[in-house]
Ligand binder design. Structure first.
Ligand code: GLN
Length: 507
């Protein structure tokens, strides 16, 4: 167990570092030992002590020079989908087994500049395809609350590392729910911001019109400095937003002052949410929702009501269509993005082959796992001549209609939306092995937000699972650029509850 356990959050640890109660190098050394000794050897895919300690020494120098910021010396780790100059980047795939990037992803570079110290690379589903972290090349990651259960995916390693208190924060990516869903299943907090808020430069591409990075941490309070550090315009990503209102175009932040949003709500008195309308989509409380998850969401909604918010029932009529729409669009984009792994330029190349076509075919067959191959086949099919109109174009139309449902809800009925993240608590490892589609259906509450490009977050709101408690997450969905409000509301909720402080083994 490292010193990370003793501190309530990032701010407390940053204060201790600034006051010289411990050094970033000591902390990093301890954190590395804890990471190596951790019971789940599949969690970290790559650790390099020298690289971590070098970053820690830089942090100590910044502290000594009075240049420390809110993240200086704070131990974090990256999903192995973000390219890193030192550590290998494999996307948890055999295809990229030995790949070392010549540059850092923008997110990685920004966290480094902000003084955070990376412990290394965390497992995930191969190329971020999955909901269970079972598709990782090294084997499945375990949920710290119950090692027989999945941590969720695809950013399962990130959520598990935060839940196990090995790091204070971790990066994740969310294409259809991969920040929110593992955060929910591991009892930690995560936010997927508005599409375009965080640069995709240096993130191994899955489905580019959906991929968006977001941080995972214990609490909303801890998410604030992390999102602050990684968000903002990046000229290296053509879909990076400059500002929401078209003002400045200099590299830097997109918009909101997340910290100020939280502080404003702190100062707002006993019923700080007076006048706030929370939309609760009827379609999220369908027959697939486990009773214990529904009950935890209800209890969370009453906390918001006691703070002054009003609950309104809304409808997102195309919720069920988000599954077929997403599972056409995402594989279509994936089939295009993954065509670059041809055994020629980089990535795995088969040892034995005949002609060029045979080399590509063998390299791809050997390099990709089952789920990735399944998606490439589906994606290639829906894009092919004769099927494009019937599937891909149709899915794009449905995508627009789903975005319209959200637009209408925010324009007419509510200020934000709340509901479950997942239909059930974490399932057992291996349970859906015979039926890959079963996991796809579990994405029902997260996909719409991704298709619409909206911000969404997950915060812990209770437990289910009987004798062995398993976390449940509350999803908060905002209108475009409403990250500040989401974080502030989540923070206010976390002042009133202590779900986010529970740790595996001692709840
Ligand atoms: N479960 C979804 C999928 O497998 C979402 C994954 C993600 O957000 N990266 O595509």
């Amino acid at each position: 167990m490292s010193a990370i356990h003793e501190f309530e959050g990032i701010q407390a640890l940053a204060d201790a570092l600034r006051q010289g109660r411990l050094s970033a190098a000591e902390l990093a050394g301890e954190a590395l030992r804890a990471a190596r000794a951790h019971g789940d050897s599949k969690l970290f895919l790559h650790i390099d002590e020298d690289l971590t300690l070098a970053q820690a020494r830089e942090a100590d120098a910044a502290i000594a020079a009075g240049r420390a910021g809110p993240l200086t010396g704070i131990p974090i780790a990256h999903k192995d989908l973000f390219v890193t100059r030192g550590w290998r980047t494999t996307a948890a795939s055999r295809m990229l087994a030995d790949y070392v990037s010549p540059f850092d992803a923008t997110v990685v570079a920004r966290l480094h500049e902000a003084g955070a110290v990376s412990l290394g690379k965390l497992s995930c589903d191969e190329f971020a395809m999955g909901s269970a972290n079972e598709n990782a090349v090294g084997g499945p990651v375990r949920n710290p609350w119950d090692p027989d259960r999945i941590p969720g995916g695809s950013s399962g390693g990130s959520a598990a590392a935060v839940a196990a208190r090995l790091v204070l924060g971790a990066t994740g990516t969310d294409t259809g729910g991969s920040v929110r869903q593992p955060a929910a299943l591991c009892g930690v907090s995560g936010i997927k911001p508005t599409y375009g808020t965080v640069s995709r430069y240096g993130i191994v591409a899955y489905a580019s019109s959906l991929d968006q990075a977001g941080p995972i941490a214990r609490s909303a309070r801890d998410l604030v400095p992390l999102l602050d550090a990684i968000s903002g315009f990046d000229p290296l990503d053509s879909t990076s937003l400059q500002t929401c209102d078209g003002r400045a175009n200099a590299p830097g932040r997109v918009l909101a002052d997340y910290r100020q949003a939280c502080e404003r709500l702190q100062a707002a008195g006993a019923r700080p949410l007076e006048g706030l309308r929370i939309g609760v989509p009827r379609e999220f409380f369908n027959e697939g929702l486990a009773a214990e998850v529904g009950a935890a969401i209800e209890a969370a909604l009453s906390v918001f009501e006691s703070l002054g918010a009003r609950r309104v029932e809304i409808s997102l009529p195309r919720t069920a269509l988000s599954i077929p729409a997403y599972y056409v669009i995402a594989p279509a984009e994936a089939s295009s993005n993954l065509s670059r792994y041809d055994g020629v330029r980089y990535g795995h190349r088969a040892a034995n082959y005949g002609d060029l076509a045979d080399m590509t075919s063998r390299s791809r067959t050997e390099g990709f796992g089952d789920e990735v191959r399944r998606r490439i086949l589906v994606g290639t099919y829906v894009l092919s001549h004769g099927y494009y109109d019937a599937y891909y174009l149709q899915a794009q139309r449905v995508r627009r209609m789903i975005a319209d449902d959200f637009r209408k809800a925010f324009a007419e009925d509510c200020d934000l939306i709340m509901g479950p993240v997942t239909p059930t608590v974490a399932r057992r490892i291996g349970d859906n092995r015979q039926d890959p589609i079963a996991d796809w259906l579990g994405d029902i509450y997260t996909l719409g937000v991704s298709l619409a490009g909206l911000p969404g977050m997950s915060i812990p709101c209770g437990f289910g699972g009987g004798s062995r408690p398993l976390p449940i997450g509350l999803q908060i969905i905002g209108n475009y650029f409403d990250e500040g409000r989401l974080l502030a509301l989540a923070d206010r909720y976390q002042q009133a509850t202590d779900w986010h402080q529970r740790t595996p083994g001692q709840q």
